[in-house]
Design a protein around this ligand. Structure first.
Ligand SMILES: Cc1ncc(C[n+]2csc(CCOP(=O)(O)OP(=O)(O)O)c2C)c(N)n1
Length: 336
């Protein structure tokens, strides 16, 4: 496949250019994200997780493929649907679960919940409940990297709903002018809250918007983790070389509602059917047969270990004591 935007060829799904090690890592990350979201959904239904949660079931290839191109010193900025991004960039699933369970061992001492998970040491500059802010924060981080002369990059995740926000355009404009080392990664998951893509995005592909700012924009199949990885890798390498920003749009599909508990009345029968068939993990299993040196049975082992890691994280978090009510007023005022 030829990418017009980057003027380089993008390996297709057949494992071209993907090593067995990378394929194993991509598969492991997708399985961990899948299990994390399944467990979060189950626990939420049991009333064990306070607040709202927004799950990324079906979107695993986006976070896994994009973050596998990054180094530890690179950064991501995330969204309200950020569990997958945080896990893929190296956040600890146990501390994430503890945060969802509102326990003091969580990333925000259990006070922030799902939408406020951050792990600066791992390069996770935060999930974010304010739509579009990942892009504003992302260019700030990218500017700091540029000023410090560091050879690192930022991926700012956002959804197609955020693509219409003012900050998206301000951020892309500034990133272009200053040639910042940032990749704007749009997970076009077919809906923004209850609104289908075509009812609020003026063009068929969000990637087209990049032309307005004079940097490459490319649309990739968000079910195909190898294609996501190969595409983002090119954008990241270009940004590391000082080539400036790029916009990558992954066409993906949100299996669940906007939030857990959403009755999803706005989805058609075809939408519900798509959630049964659009499965990046199944696709990766098929494609893995073409990756040299990767054996099918290895994937079973990777999947069961990934599930075990997440189940252990959830069991640990669930078993922790809840903080006392008196802890609520801690950290509100600075100590004199
Ligand atoms: C500034 C702002 N406006 C509106 C909202 C309410 N809101 C929460 S999620 C959402 C839709 C976001 O859609 P998209 O960016 O496509 O992300 P997705 O939920 O599909 O992952 C909206 C409008 C908000 N949180 N912040």
């Amino acid at each position: 496949m030829k990418s017009r935007a980057f003027n380089v060829s993008v390996p297709g799904a057949q494992g071209a250019g993907i090593s067995a090690d990378v394929a194993r890592r991509l598969f492991r990350t997708m399985c961990e994200i899948r299990r994390f979201e399944e467990v979060a959904s189950e626990r939420y239904k049991l009333g064990e997780l306070p607040g709202f949660i927004h799950l990324s079931l079906g979107q695993e290839a986006c976070a896994a493929g994009a973050c596998a191109t990054l180094e530890r010193g690179d950064y991501i900025t995330s969204t309200h649907r950020g569990h997958g991004h945080c896990l893929a960039k190296g956040a600890d699933p146990a501390r994430m679960m503890a945060e969802l369970f509102a326990k003091a061992q969580g990333y925000g001492k259990g006070r922030g919940g799902s939408m406020h998970i951050a792990d600066v040491a791992a390069g996770v500059l935060g999930a974010n409940g304010i739509v579009g802010q990942s892009m504003g924060l992302g260019i700030g981080a990218a500017l700091s990297l540029q000023v410090q002369g560091r050879n690192n990059v930022v991926i700012a995740f956002f959804g197609e709903g955020a693509s219409g926000a003012g900050i998206a355009h301000e951020a892309m404009n500034m990133a272009a002018i200053w040639k910042l080392p940032i990749i704007f990664f749009c997970e076009a998951n077919a809906f923004a809250e209850l609104s289908p893509f075509g009812t609020h995005v003026s063009v068929p592909d969000v990637a087209q918007r990049a032309a307005a700012y004079g940097f490459p924009g490319i649309t990739v199949d968000g079910e195909d983790v190898f294609a996501v990885y190969a595409t983002v890798r090119q954008a990241v390498e270009r940004a590391r070389r000082g080539g400036g920003p790029a916009l990558v749009e992954a066409k993906t599909f949100r299996w669940h509602g906007h939030y857990e508990g959403d009755p999803q009345n706005y989805k058609s029968d075809a939408d519900h059917a798509k959630a049964q068939t659009f499965d990046p993990i199944s696709l990766a299993r098929q494609q893995a047969a073409d990756v040299p040196g990767l054996k099918a049975h290895e994937l079973d082992d990777i999947e069961s270990k990934a599930r075990g890691r997440i189940d252990a994280a959830a069991a640990w978090a669930a078993g922790l004591q809840s903080p006392p009510a008196s802890a609520l007023t801690e950290d509100v005022y600075a100590e004199a």
